[in-house]
Design a binder for this molecule. Structure first.
Ligand code: C2E
Ligand code: MG
Ligand code: MG
Ligand code: MG
Length: 282
């Protein structure tokens, strides 16, 4: 009887497991050659300074044009790339591509901008990571101040001493460092003080939390003030409405990014945006 029950459980459970595992393995198998086959592409999402709505820069977001599946979202494959270690090579490509394209955009359109590149814990843990970044800047000619690396809180807490020394090494290159998805992790501002962070990117959920008492505004505003006191700029991500934008401006948030302002776009769309008569404004 026990054996039967066990087998029944097994039967009920197995198909779903198998489908999920097969799906994952299929993605992993096609992820390996994707780089060599040129299936990756970067899209760029504009980020605006709230004071005057000038274009401050763009975030580079990877897209995978899968030959059979069409566009696969990074949410589906970045995790796999991280677990398999493929993220190190993919990340190298992203960095080179983002810096080279931004350098060219700046030359063509004659104004400076900052490109933000997402970096996984696995990349940051590579001993030669800062040297790689230095080499990319040298090769592409992008001024260091035009490159920002976005790190997640979870990447920062992995090995605090090593991470802190890597971040100091990166800061010496003259680049900018940002903490991505802030508010979704475990750390607080006090914790981040030990790292040379220039920018906090507030996660969408952080701004949207509403307890119904109107205290969210006070909270976000106090938070922005504290970040400023610690010398960090604050960027809100995932801004989808004008109301949220007004709210953020009132809270003295520095910059914003989100569908309300602009969606991530292919390079040709970004070039058109930069060339438009309204210039770099939203
Ligand atoms: P992220 O770095 O937090 O990027 C912001 C994500 O929010 C992007 O999703 C963007 O398309 C989306 N987004 C922008 N504005 C809005 C909005 O107003 N509303 C909503 N709901 N979403 C908005 P995407 O492009 O699917 O990327 C997802 C995540 O994948 C990124 O989150 C980042 O963690 C990771 N990722 C993307 N590109 C790379 C990469 O080159 N390297 C690494 N390591 N990770 C990457
Ligand atoms: Mg990001
Ligand atoms: Mg983010
Ligand atoms: Mg996010």
């Amino acid at each position: 009887r026990a054996k039967d029950a066990g087998r029944n459980r097994y039967r009920l459970f197995e198909p779903a497991m198998t489908v999920a595992t097969q799906e994952r393995m299929a993605l992993e198998v096609s992820l390996r050659p994707a780089l060599a086959r040129g299936e990756f592409e970067l899209h760029y999402q504009p980020r605006y300074a709230l004071d005057g709505m000038r274009l401050f820069g763009v975030e580079a977001l990877i897209r995978w044009n899968h030959p059979q599946r069409g566009q696969v979202s990074p949410q589906q494959f970045i995790g796999i790339a991280e677990e398999t270690g493929l993220i190190v090579e993919i990340g190298r490509w992203v960095m080179e591509e983002a810096c080279a394209r931004t350098r060219r955009l700046m030359d063509e359109h004659g104004h400076s901008m900052v490109v933000s590149v997402n970096v996984s814990a696995r990349q940051l843990a590579q001993a030669g990571f800062a040297d790689e970044v230095r080499a990319v800047l040298a090769r592409t000619g992008l001024p260091p101040g035009c490159l920002e690396l976005e790190l997640t809180e979870s990447a920062l807490i992995e090995d605090i001493e090593r991470t802190a020394s890597m971040l100091r090494e990166l800061k010496l290159l003259g680049i900018r460092l940002a903490v991505d998805d802030f508010g979704t992790g475990y750390s607080g501002l006090a914790y981040l003080r030990r790292f040379p962070i220039d920018v906090l990117k507030l996660d969408r959920s952080f701004v949207l939390q509403d307890d119904g008492n109107g205290s969210t505004f006070d909270f976000v505003k106090a938070f922005v003030d504290l970040a400023h006191a610690l010398g960090m700029a604050v960027v809100a991500e995932g801004v989808e409405t004008g109301d949220v934008l007004d709210f953020l401006r009132a809270a003295r948030c520095d910059q914003a990014q989100g569908y309300y302002l602009a969606r991530p776009m292919a390079l040709d769309k970004l070039e058109a945006l930069l060339a438009a008569p309204s210039g770099s404004g939203a």
